[in-house]
Design a protein around this ligand. Structure first.
Ligand SMILES: Cc1ncc(COP(=O)(O)O)c(C=O)c1O
Length: 393
């Protein structure tokens, strides 16, 4: 038995969905067909131009460390992307290339939070955020959010819930698990309210690019020079396994991030950084646009199918690849909460979903998350199978 495990490590819990995954694997090993809707990454492989650039980098023996802040060419390209995609001017000096958005979260929390200070976040939200906070001996100020605010923090939340220890507010737009997007006005109102409290806004923009309909998620960089913006090559660019993301810091913060990066992980993976140079090429962007349209079609097919069988999804998500559903009307004495329902659906319908408990505490037992990271046909098959099982409850 491991004897010496720190309190901070003990406080970091595994994902509840791991239970579901283990059972799914066991059922698959017995020959059952399982439809996976619990996975938080696109089913598409990395676009070929990026893979080719990665292979060339390896052939050219690009196998040494890069500067801790990232390859200068990549920082330039990311700056160019902000100009091209949002029309926003960002100096490459402010861009830090990181091992995924995860690395960026670690840098931000490490650089900005003292032990005992708090970061405000929405509940439900991305589960690792509170664990990153715990890892730097900080705390969370988790604010319950509902469909009324499209599950996003509001300026009123900042006014009412900020306390003496709160220093930061972290929002994700589009959000995981709800897929909802903050408008420019909402972001501006948040930024203003946070400034009144002498706090700092952090926006996780990891699902940018994956928005559906005729609009783009606004970047906080366009309206708040003091905000920290986190992004990643994982989701829109389809590079989860390459472990590459970035962080944009306000002027004056590059040096501290450089020192932390040098000490915590030296640099993001070199071959991934060379591969990512091809991420903003037009041939890659064409592939990504096709995928975005496919994801939109999946959302548009799955949303009515789930509503039809009794899942309450009050807000149509405009981004990411998740549907966050209230399942309370489907619960009963035998299946009193969403974890039990998820297990039942896995066993009887062969469909794996994520219980709400993975995203926080607020009404978590009445919610679950569906990821549309598999084909439309399989998604509709899943909805059909779930519908059949629900009829027998
Ligand atoms: C909201 C959000 N932020 C950050 C991450 C971390 O992503 P990565 O480290 O792969 O860039 C994820 C992954 O699912 C996420 O959903």
């Amino acid at each position: 038995m491991a004897k010496h495990i720190s309190k901070r490590s003990k406080a970091i819990s595994p994902f509840h969905v791991m239970d579901i995954l283990a059972q799914a694997k066991a059922l698959q090993a017995q020959g059952h067909d399982i439809i996976h809707m619990e996975v938080g990454e696109p089913d598409f492989d990395t676009p070929q131009p990026i893979i080719d650039a990665g292979i060339s980098a390896l052939k050219d023996a690009k196998t040494h460390y890069t500067p801790a802040l990232g390859l200068p060419e990549l920082r330039e390209k990311i700056a160019g992307w902000y100009q091209q995609y949002y029309g926003v001017n960002v100096s490459p000096e402010r861009i830090v290339v990181t091992p995924g958005a995860s690395g960026a979260l670690l840098l931000v929390f490490g650089a900005l939070l003292e032990a005992g200070e708090k970061v405000m976040l929405a509940d439900p939200g991305y589960p690792c955020n509170r664990h990153f906070a715990r890892f730097v001996e900080a705390e969370t100020n988790a604010v319950p959010v509902t469909a009324d605010s499209r599950y996003q923090l509001t300026a009123a939340n900042i006014q009412q819930n900020w306390d003496d220890k709160t220093r930061l507010a972290l929002v994700a737009s589009p959000s995981n698990p709800t897929g909802t997007v903050l408008t420019r006005d909402e972001l501006t109102a948040l930024s203003t309210a946070i400034k009144h409290k002498q706090g700092t806004l952090i926006v996780d923009e990891i699902y940018h690019g994956l928005t559906y309909g005729d609009f783009q998620a606004p970047t906080a960089l366009a309206l708040d020079n003091d905000a920290f913006v986190i992004n990643s090559f994982s989701k829109f660019f389809g590079m989860t396994g390459w472990r590459l993301g970035w962080l944009i810091v306000p002027e004056g913060y590059t040096e501290v991030m450089d020192r932390l990066a040098q000490n915590l992980y030296l640099a993001a993976p070199t071959m991934s950084q060379y591969a990512a140079l091809a991420a903003f090429e037009q041939n890659t962007l064409d592939i990504l646009e096709q995928r975005r349209q496919i994801l939109q079609q999946r959302r548009d097919a799955l949303l009515p199918a789930l509503r039809e069988i009794g899942f309450d999804i009050p807000v149509k998500p405009q981004g990411a690849f998740y549907l966050y559903a209230n399942c309370s009307t489907l619960l009963n004495e035998k299946l009193p909460e969403s974890m039990a329902l998820s297990k039942h659906l896995l066993k009887n319908a062969g469909v794996a979903i994520t219980p709400g408990l993975d995203f926080g505490d607020f009404k978590a037992e009445q919610h679950c998350r569906f990821a549309y990271t598999t084909s439309e046909q399989r998604l509709l098959e899943a909805a059909e199978k779930i519908g059949q099982v629900l009829k027998t409850l």
